[in-house]
Write a protein that binds this ligand. Structure first.
Ligand code: ADP
Ligand code: MG
Length: 236
């Protein structure tokens, strides 16, 4: 961007993430999980028990069924998604993704729209919940290897946005919520790909030891879909 462009005189409407955005996110997630179910099954067949596609499908089918009568506030919406995933998915991934949405909901609060900074805090709480529940950390070859860089990228972009809106000279790069989500999606995809050379230290794949090397982690692949669908929803 050229450096000497004067700021626009037009007052800009504050950008928010609405309940409708989040419902759109969940519908898109359901659609992309359905589309990629076979791929997720293939990944889990290589280093797990082959049920990840079916697990995610069952969970998102149950989530999607509730969206026509979704709760009025963002916290209740996300908590309902979390509870549904925890109760409907048998595998390790259900309680973990369920925890992500439950914690994100608690942090988002009883609102119908939130700003990018609050969404960043909600995503961070979700990530911390997954990490605590699964007792895993970066480089264990799990969903966290996509989720950690995604949340960090979102946080960076959201804080750049907050800095740019400050009254003092705004030299910080601007980034709106759509750009933050796009950065998170790109980081999640890179994190997914980075799981291939890793040795699995958590979950079923860890039973394979060295033989887990050379395969993408299925939960990291689902996590990339989760952030990709968030980016698509927030782009609208
Ligand atoms: P299961 O392993 O019970 O068959 P799934 O196949 O649905 O469940 O999910 C497997 C995914 O769950 C893995 O690819 C990994 O990303 C994730 N996972 C497993 N254990 C953990 C853990 N302790 N922490 C974080 N993610 C985990
Ligand atoms: Mg499995």
């Amino acid at each position: 961007m050229p450096e000497n462009v004067a700021p626009s005189a037009e007052p800009q409407a504050p950008q928010t993430v609405t309940r409708a955005h989040l419902i759109d996110w969940l519908r898109r997630l359901h659609a992309t999980i359905t589309e990629h179910r076979g791929y997720l099954t293939e990944l889990d067949s290589a280093i797990g028990d082959g049920d990840h596609g079916a697990n995610m499908q069952r969970g998102l089918d149950a989530v999607a069924e509730q969206l026509d009568n979704a709760p009025a506030t963002i916290d209740e919406l996300l908590k309902q998604v979390g509870m549904t995933l925890v109760t409907s998915v048998g595998g390790a991934s259900g309680p973990l993704f369920g925890t992500f949405f439950l914690r994100a909901g608690v942090t988002a609060g009883a609102e119908t729209e939130i700003d990018a900074t609050t969404l960043a805090a909600a995503l961070r709480a979700g990530l911390d919940g997954v990490s605590a529940r699964g007792k895993a950390s970066a480089n264990d070859k799990t969903m966290l290897d996509a989720m950690i860089p995604a949340v960090e990228a979102f946080e960076r972009a959201a804080s750049d946005q907050a800095a740019a809106q400050a009254p003092t000279p705004a030299q910080a790069p601007t980034a709106d919520q759509a750009a933050a989500a796009a950065a998170a999606a790109a980081a999640a995809a890179a994190g997914r790909d980075a799981t291939a050379p890793m040795l699995a230290r958590k979950g079923r794949a860890s039973y394979l030891g060295e033989r887990s090397i050379g395969h993408i982690d299925p939960g990291a692949a689902s996590t990339a879909l989760l952030f990709e669908s968030l980016a698509e929803a927030l782009a609208n």
